[in-house]
Design a binder for this molecule. Sequence first.
Ligand code: FES
Ligand SMILES: [Fe+2]
Length: 433
Amino acid sequence: MTTRDENELLTRTGPGTPMGGLLRQYWVPALLPEELPEPDGPPIRLQLLGEQLVAFRDSHGRIGLLDKHCAHRGASLFFGRNAEGGLRCVYHGWKYDVAGRCVDMPNEPEPLTGDEDSPAAQAEATRAAGAPRPFKEGIQLKAYPVCEWGGIVWTYMGPARPPPALPALEWTLVPDAHRYVAKRVQECNYLQALEGGVDLSHIAFLHRTLDPGRDREDQKLTRRDVRPTFEVVETDCGLMIAARRHADAGRSYWRISQFIMPWYTMFPPLIDEGAGGHAWVPIDDERCWAFSITWDPDKPPSVVGEGIYGELIPGTYRPRANRDNDYLVDRAAQRTVSFTGIPGFAAQDCAVQESMGAIVDRSRERLGPSDLPILALRRRLRAAANAFLAGGEVPGLDPRSQHVRPAAVVLPREIPVAVGAKDALSADPGTSR
Ligand code: FES
Ligand SMILES: [Fe+2]
């Protein structure tokens, strides 16, 4: 059982919180490159881990991620003019480069050069030397390092200089054409979404279709046994979560997910669809970004796009099926087509996870053996946050530890999954699936 205090620890990610401190030790998936398509294009607003930011691509193509509020008197730089190597506040014209340095302050008197020799100038110099006054060299706006890598614009919001190595999850390493990345807003705490990513017993219910005749092989195996048992193994980077279902002839069907610190999940591949994964990144404590990635080390993935990720409201990253329209639930379809009547996997997950409330009260849950992976996830995150608070090592930062893959395998019943699926779960660069 999870207490109220543990729930607070796990779900609060703003500046100064223990979990916020831990999450800031990792590179953060911040944006899709398509959001800042061209140099000197419009800046965009962005919120991450409760911090209000603005992002822009400068004249040289570099991305800046700055405090949204101008250092002068706090106007939003979202309205800024992005030109000639920086973002200029439209209130009084202060201008910042991608590193957050104030490079121009056109509303203030010219700085003194030191060679003024008239008595009036000397008097002014004396006054200025003793008086605090804005001075652009001393103005530094909060700015985070940014890197474009593996189909994502990442940022590092923590204190380490230099920042840690970039993530090396398999999908970041495959050729661009072998990867598809999408994102959407989810209107609940990141942990609810993340828990959905390691919850392997819901597939047979939430995502069930009502026509077994059209099942693919993996769906047949899942439908056959809806009471999986679980094995969870701690890995160097997170958790391996294996769900075992009875298959035919003394064999077991294993669906194996990976959790990678601090917010990545990888779910078992469906036949011929490459592998799938997510990053669940807090926007604030009541919303998160769901980055969805499909990849295949061997070839471009065959099924991508709206088909699995759901349609978005044009010009936004909000799904068209959302809580304001009950996720387009169709009660007739719920009787004949699918278990939920809600179209699409992503909307189905969103509907149930958002319906729990922005931050579910975990002290009221009634957990059973099928929730073993959820408890293991909470334990791993809590232990990491506590270790971080105590000055200990942050797990999962070593890129080599991240070379893992999800898998779905059928094994003789007596073979332990860690043995039988060992090769399928390793994603050392250059290995195929
Ligand atoms: S508030 Fe931005 S320049 Fe004054
Ligand atoms: Fe799901």
